[in-house]
Design a protein around this ligand. Structure first.
Ligand SMILES: NC(=O)c1ccc[n+]([C@@H]2O[C@H](COP(=O)([O-])OP(=O)(O)OC[C@H]3O[C@@H](n4cnc5c(N)ncnc54)[C@H](O)[C@@H]3O)[C@@H](O)[C@H]2O)c1
Length: 401
């Protein structure tokens, strides 16, 4: 992760987080460990909880705690209650003399939510934070609209470079990786239904097609659906796609996308996997209601739901983010850029939070470009720059002059 390594050298000299505490709620993976070490190099005390009960890599959690001085509250397979207890513990442990963490990093909004609902006494100490994913940004915008958000948050998810590299390319590849590791199927020739053709859905659909699958896209947004059509995908309502699909992958960020009516008409052996942040997209309760028997772990991370008519539907990763549960999440190159943007934004926030209102703010555009430039440089790629004549041409409205 050359960008994070370079930033660690820079932050080691500049110490932008000297004396500050950062509480983070992130998937506890090797890449997250690099971010935590970068924050430590910049002078921060760091506490870390998982952003999903199943995605923690226990060896990484242990190494961070033992070798790198990070207070880690996460264990793979923790139940829902422990998951939220761990988030509260990470926040409480960051509290010094009753004031909460100075800065937070969230992935999905659970840490910020816990802070506002259960530990509101810590809010006055929080300068601001960053949010890493689409679902979290949407939750924060709803909080801000209701006037409920107490500090400024930078929407690290929303930069063009992050969405391109992480949501589209990273999620595309790693979701297919998780699907293949869990199911062991040959994707070529299969019919794959991708629900949601946003940043993640585009990557998943293109990766599946690249491996020879026939891909059907479902959407609710006409522009996104048109994009899918223009890229050569078949677009159908889910009710019509349900009996055709052999693999279903949800990537909408919303709830109950695949429900009982769809499951009732699916083919025997259909595989259901989710890429969205929360385990709400596949209605697992409805699936359990339809089943006469559940055969857990027919393969690692695969539960077979046997229906009354003898069909079996295969649910991967209990309906949770399949790329993080059944595979290792994004490759390091992806998280290098995503976390590089987040670290630059957090360092900027440490010095500028007082100037921002308690709202959701974009990453300053120059930071997004800087991160992309550093990553490009790391790959040995150089690009052109505008000439002075081109700059003045673009700045002028007197075309032809
Ligand atoms: N698994 C990962 O590693 C990973 C990485 C990044 C983001 N995410 C998560 O994936 C989800 C999607 O993120 P995104 O950045 O692609 O969001 P996005 O907003 O770009 O795309 C979501 C798309 O789903 C469509 N949609 C919404 N409801 C639908 C429905 N009922 N049926 C069909 N389509 C529907 C929307 O119109 C939109 O085009 C979010 O929960 C996000 O947090 C996961």
């Amino acid at each position: 992760m050359p960008l994070l390594r370079g930033l660690a050298r820079r932050f080691g000299a500049e110490r932008p987080f000297e004396g500050l505490t950062v509480s983070a709620c992130l998937h506890v993976t090797a890449e997250t460990a690099m971010l935590a070490r970068l924050l430590r190099a910049g002078g921060a005390a760091v506490s870390l909880a998982a952003s999903n009960p199943l995605s923690t890599q226990d060896d990484i959690a242990a190494a961070l705690a033992v070798r790198h001085g990070v207070s880690v509250f996460a264990r793979a397979g923790e139940d829902r209650r422990t998951y939220y207890e761990h988030i509260a513990l990470a926040l409480r442990c960051a509290a010094h003399g009753g004031h909460g963490p100075d800065l937070v990093i969230d992935d999905g909004g659970d840490l910020v939510n816990t802070l506002h609902t259960e530990l509101a006494e810590l809010l006055p100490g929080v300068r601001g934070g960053c949010e890493s994913t689409t679902t979290g940004v949407l939750r924060l915008r709803r909080m801000a609209a209701e006037g409920a958000l107490a500090f400024p948050v930078i929407a690290a998810n929303d930069t063009a470079a992050k969405r391109l590299v992480d949501n589209t390319r990273g999620t595309g590849q790693s979701v297919i990786d998780g699907l293949l590791r869990a199911s062991g199927i040959l994707l070529a020739g299969k019919t794959v239904v991708v629900t949601g053709f946003g940043a993640c859905g585009v990557g998943i659909a293109e990766c599946a097609r690249g491996l020879g699958a026939g891909v059907i896209v479902t959407e609710v947004d006409p522009v996104r659906a048109l994009d899918a059509v223009l890229r050569g995908f078949r677009v159908l309502p889910l009710a019509e796609a349900a009996p055709l699909g052999e693999v279903f992958i949800t990537a909408t960020g919303t709830a109950e996308v695949i429900g009982a009516a769809h499951m009732a008409v699916m083919r025997d052996g259909a595989i259901l996997a989710n890429a969205g942040h929360f385990d709400a997209e596949i209605d697992v309760r409805a699936l359990a209601g339809l089943a006469v028997a559940v055969h857990p772990d027919v393969r690692p991370h695969v539960d077979a739901y046997e229906l009354g008519d003898g069909r079996r539907l295969l649910l991967l990763a209990e309906g949770r983010v399949v790329n993080l549960v059944a595979a290792e999440g994004h490759p390091p190159e992806v998280m290098d850029l995503a976390f590089g943007i987040e670290a630059l934004a957090l360092a900027w926030l440490a010095g500028n939070a007082g100037k921002l209102s308690p709202d959701v703010h974009p990453v300053p555009a120059d930071l997004d470009a800087e991160a992309a430039r550093l990553v490009l440089a790391g790959t040995g790629t150089s690009i052109d720059t505008l000439t002075p004549a081109q700059q003045s041409y673009l700045a002028s409205w007197h075309l032809g002059s």
